[in-house]
Design a protein around this ligand. Structure first.
Ligand code: PXL
Length: 277
């Protein structure tokens, strides 16, 4: 008997509840063996802290992969998040090709931007490289800012279904297969997730909570990946991840001075229950 083994490639922000410190516990809680390849080590994430340290681990990647090849190590799923450099994306593509089982799942969260802006340190060369990684994935999980950058379309905060269809068409033309587009709001007080799979559009709508938290993109993508690997359909996985992310945001709203991330740990049981249902 075996159970699924997943590789996630993203940074370690030592403090800040994002990237690997979120992905590792969430995906493990979904009952999946979770292996990691840190893309960089930062003292904190880059949103709201100043003076953070940043050690880029790009040059460690080929040797790590070579060792895995020698050991015959491969994965049922590979999930990438925040990456450390443009050059790193070439290594990540090679690692995806060499370590993912042929029938395995690949999910790329092009974690590089939010609220209309690239995160500090990223530029359009990184966006261009990210396009080529997205083209290799079974599912990409952008927010609207990331989708607009990848699609080379203007970022909009007010839009209709036509704009979303344009984003989806451009991403599809880039070679993206499944698209799970987060933070899509068609009505006041509501938001949701668009799921495009095999050219079929579906939308999971839910309430828009009054508060938002840093790191919810990573929580969302990790829960989504966990649910997909556990055999949920793309739509069900998108909904499970959205419901869990909302629970995390609600749990965070009760806390004092918790501005840097979302309290995903106290509500992990709800995610596990949804996965097991
Ligand atoms: O949550 C995405 C993310 C991941 N890693 C680092 C970040 C961010 C967003 O700002 O700074 C280092």
């Amino acid at each position: 008997m075996t159970y699924p083994k997943l590789l996630t490639i993203q940074d370690i922000s030592c403090v800040g509840q994002c990237s690997l410190t979120v992905a590792l516990p969430i995906i493990s809680a979904c009952g999946i063996e979770t292996c990691v390849l840190p893309s960089a080590v930062l003292s904190t994430h880059t949103a709201g802290f100043s003076g953070y340290t940043f050690r880029d681990l790009t040059e460690d990647m080929p040797a790590i992969n070579a060792h895995w090849q020698k050991e015959g190590i491969c994965f049922d799923a590979v999930y990438t998040g925040y990456l450390g450099s443009t050059k790193q994306i070439d290594y990540v593509k090679m690692i995806l090709d060499t370590t993912k089982k042929a029938e395995g799942l690949s999910v790329v969260d092009p974690a590089m931007a939010d609220n209309g802006k690239l995160y500090p340190g990223f530029d359009m060369a990184f966006v261009e490289a990210m396009r080529s990684l997205c083209a290799k994935a079974d599912f990409v999980v952008p927010n609207i800012t990331e989708a607009a950058l990848l699609a080379d379309l203007p970022y909009k905060t007010v839009y209709d279904r036509e704009y979303i269809d344009q984003l989806l068409a451009k991403l599809t033309a880039l070679g993206c297969k499944g698209i799970i587009l987060t933070g899509v709001s068609y009505a006041e007080g509501r938001t949701g997730i668009v799921v495009l799979e095999n050219g079929k559009y579906a939308y999971y709508e839910h309430e828009l909570l009054p508060n938002s938290c840093h790191g919810t993109g990573d929580i969302y993508a990790s829960a989504l990946v966990g649910a997909l690997v556990r055999g949920k359909s793309a739509y069900d996985a998108a909904a499970i991840a959205a419901n869990y992310t909302m629970e995390c945001i609600k749990a965070t709203a009760k806390l004092d001075n918790h501005w840097y991330g979302a309290a995903f740990e106290p509500v992990l049981g709800k995610l596990i229950a949804a996965i097991e249902a």
